[in-house]
Design a protein around this ligand. Sequence first.
Ligand SMILES: [Zn+2]
Length: 154
Amino acid sequence: MSEIQNASRKTILPSVTTDLFSEIERMYSEEGKFSDESLLALHAVFGAPLERALEMLEKDCVTLLTTSNDIRQALQVSGGRGELYTLFPNINFCPCLAYAHQVITSQIHVSCKHVLAAKLSQVMGRTIRKEASPEEVARILCLSAHADKNTLEF
Ligand SMILES: [Zn+2]
């Protein structure tokens, strides 16, 4: 299978994770925290990137840029060294090098810490919401689409 086919196959998280996240969201809203059971289930699917995502969430590292009508949105996740990764909401893709190497090429992991941090931050209601013009959101998404050759994080 070519790298391009792998990349398109991997941009959709397996459907099992959609069910897992809705269950975890339900449990989080009832208990106000991630139960041990939730964390074990997430770890079984995502492995080491989950630990790194949880560390990242100790800081408010996820911002949702949204137009006033919520039609156009982009997520921005700040990495450990001040870099900023732009993600499309609900799409499993990140322009970081870890994603390129560990998800697309070697297929060791299902996703990277930035995608997971963004997802978990939304479950926890800790995503910072920032309003932006449609042009600004479009510009950021376009820049991100071409950023994969310029990222530093591994
Ligand atoms: Zn990433």
